[in-house]
Design a protein around this ligand. Structure first.
Ligand code: ADP
Ligand code: MG
Length: 616
């Protein structure tokens, strides 16, 4: 028998590694930007075309590379950052695996130009799918430019797997934010399709946050500061009153590296308890400096998760620091800041037995899980509520619903099917709704009792109105007497531009004025809001939240988001005419039994069924 095991060729090994290191254009952007930071750059330029699918180019003024290093850097496990195993225990650089450039070069066409400050002339290298294509001396500035063209050109499966340009660009912006936030002293310029997307001058953290998110952030932030022997915490949290409905501005950085930590998130979130609504989340930009020996960054190839040796103490310190900041800067303006003692955590002597702080943490806690509302509050017997699929079946097998409760779906004729004449009239005259628990409206037709959930029902009504083509044509929107100008942060502005056509279809008339400014000339007829900017921002937030399937039909997604935002909520007391109008409009809907989210709008109890139940 011959031996069958052999070493993989380099190109294959690199491509396999690339699968882990470079999942999408944003991962390449991250690796290239990290290399510029490690190279000591103070001025960094990022250029993107086609959301990085066509070009990612990063230029820095860092240390540059020698001719030999310029060739070596594309070798697998080639790194200048660690020399021996011990170095792994004290990593201060962002990279150390020596895998990024080798991986990127295995799945793209890469051009490198680099020159050290002490050299007269630089080196240019061309490499394509790991194949070395050429090298030449080049005259260039100090530092390095890496151009990555046609990412995944030789791995079509990966290329096809990429998301829309909008989404891929969003991922890139997110990586850019992470690096720009933790390096406020470095200048960054970010070009997308030849246009400047971000121009960030060097400054302090607060200035950087304001440059990234817009000037309104200057008033929204309060500082967090805590020095202890274990960890030094610094940064900012958003004031509780600015908490948002979707995750977004939540950043932890450890030793200059962005990290994800649901556990530490819980520490911060907990400090905001009772101060912000249950469905809102706080913003934070928190920096933790620890001894590199006390963390292990080696557990994940893309390194966003790290292990702290003393996670529980860090949790406790962070929680206390955030709580203290909120108390000091936000809620208690009468406190005398000067005399207030800050918490002190004395250094822990070596070999001293450490008592773990007792913190009650639910290990199953999932910060991304939504709390569910209690569904039924009725205690009288009713038909078991069908599952959502059940409702869909009910609707899709029309006309059972209409027959079941005896009203014409078209809205013509009477709702109770018995009197003839105007349905609306007969309905409002004879079957007024009664509100129960400020949440449900109980009414009846000639054949059934209806219990309507006012919130789901109103969502359905608004949703169909927003989608009504005829209405959009006849009444393109409500012109504003004085058009309003709103200014959005760059990320939101980019998003609104992508979604503008769909906003227009719903009756908005929005003009892009550049630099994040928009003029609103018209708003949809049914939109009763005084703060258009806040409304648009909150709609954009919902559109950005994960789980939205934009591919299905963007117009529907937007109509749904707006309907859910604008619908009356459970808990609101309704007047008689509001209730009756709601019942009437709901029954005139094309799909009256489910909300746009697929939740039931009403429970129907046919009299026949009651008769059986009461053994009549
Ligand atoms: P790592 O960053 O893990 O060391 P990379 O593959 O990202 O691995 O880079 C390999 C090496 O190439 C680095 O260790 C560094 O010496 C060199 N290098 C990469 N990018 C730059 C740059 N922008 N400026 C200077 N040197 C660089
Ligand atoms: Mg690197």
């Amino acid at each position: 028998m011959t031996d069958i095991i052999r070493l993989l060729p380099d190109a294959v090994a690199n491509q396999i590694a690339a699968g882990e290191v470079v999942q999408r254009p944003a991962s390449a952007v991250k690796e290239l930007l990290e290399n510029t930071i490690d190279a000591g750059a103070t001025d960094i330029k990022l250029i993107i075309k086609e959301s990085g699918k066509m070009l990612i180019q990063v230029t820095d003024n860092g240390c540059g590379m020698s001719e030999r290093d310029a060739r070596m850097c594309f070798e697998r496990h080639a790194t200048s950052k660690i020399k021996q195993a011990d170095d792994l225990l004290a990593i201060r650089t962002l990279g150390f695996r020596g895998e990024a450039l080798a991986s990127i070069a295995s799945i793209a066409q890469v051009e490198l130009k680099t020159k050290r400050h002490e050299d007269e002339i630089g080196t240019a290298i061309l490499i394509e799918g790991t194949v070395f294509k050429g090298q030449s001396p080049v005259s260039c500035g100090n530092g390095t430019t890496v151009s990555v063209k046609n990412l995944f050109f030789n791995v079509p499966a990966r290329r096809n797997f990429l998301k829309s340009n909008t989404l891929e660009l969003k991922y890139i912006i997110e990586e850019f934010f992470r690096i720009a936030l933790v390096n406020p002293d470095i200048a960054f310029t970010f070009y997308n399709q030849d246009k400047v997307l971000f121009q960030l001058p060097p400054g302090n953290l607060k200035q950087r946050i304001v440059n990234l998110y817009g000037s309104s952030y200057a008033q929204k932030l309060i500082p967090v500061e805590q020095q202890t022997a274990l960890v030094n915490i610094s940064g900012f949290i958003g004031k509780p009153e600015f908490a948002k409905k979707s995750r977004g501005e939540q950043y932890f950085f450890t030793n200059g590296r962005f990290i994800k930590s649901p556990y530490l998130h819980h520490a911060v979130d907990g400090a905001f308890k009772e101060l912000i609504p249950d469905d809102s989340v706080p913003s934070y930009f928190i920096f933790m400096e620890v001894d590199p020996q006390t963390i292990d960054v080696n557990i994940h190839p893309t390194k966003t998760e790290i292990n702290f040796q003393d996670m529980k103490s860090i949790y406790a310190i962070l929680h206390a620091a955030v709580k203290q900041s909120i108390g000091k800067f936000s809620l208690s303006p009468t406190l005398d800041f000067d005399t207030e003692q800050s918490m002190t955590f004395p250094p822990i002597p070596e070999n001293h037995p450490i008592r773990q702080p007792v913190i009650s943490v639910n290990p199953d806690y999932n910060p991304f899980e939504k709390k569910t509302e209690p569904q039924t509050r009725f205690s009288f017997p009713q038909k078991p509520t069908p599952s959502i699929q059940g409702w869909r079946d009910l609707y899709e097998t029309q006309p059972p619903l209409a027959e079941l409760i005896d009203f014409p779906v078209s809205g013509e004729g009477s709702f109770d099917g018995s009197t003839g004449g105007s349905g609306t009239e007969s309905f409002t005259q004879r079957n007024h709704g009664v509100q129960v628990q400020n949440a449900f409206i109980v009414t009846h037709t000639d054949s059934a009792i209806l219990v309507i959930d006012q919130q789901h029902a109103h969502e359905r009504i608004l949703y169909e109105r927003f989608l009504d083509e005829k209405m959009a044509e006849v009444n393109p929107g409500q012109r504003q007497l004085i058009p309003q100008t709103i200014t959005l942060n760059p990320d939101d502005a980019q998003f609104l531009l992508e979604w503008k056509p769909y906003f227009q279809k719903l009756g908005f008339d929005i003009n892009d004025f550049g630099k994040g400014s928009f003029v609103i000339h018209a708003i949809p007829m049914n939109l009763e809001t005084t703060d258009i900017r806040m409304f648009i921002e909150s709609v954009l937030e919902s559109l950005k939240s994960p789980g939205q399937d934009h591919n299905i039909n963007q117009r529907k997604v937007l109509a749904k988001t707006m309907a859910i935002k604008l619908a009356i909520k459970r808990g609101k007391k309704l007047h008689q005419d509001e209730m009756d109008g709601l019942i009437e409009s709901l029954l005139a809907c094309q799909v009256s039994v489910v909300s746009p989210d697929g939740k039931p709008t009403m429970v129907i109890m046919p009299f026949e069924e009651l008769n059986t139940k009461f053994k009549i």
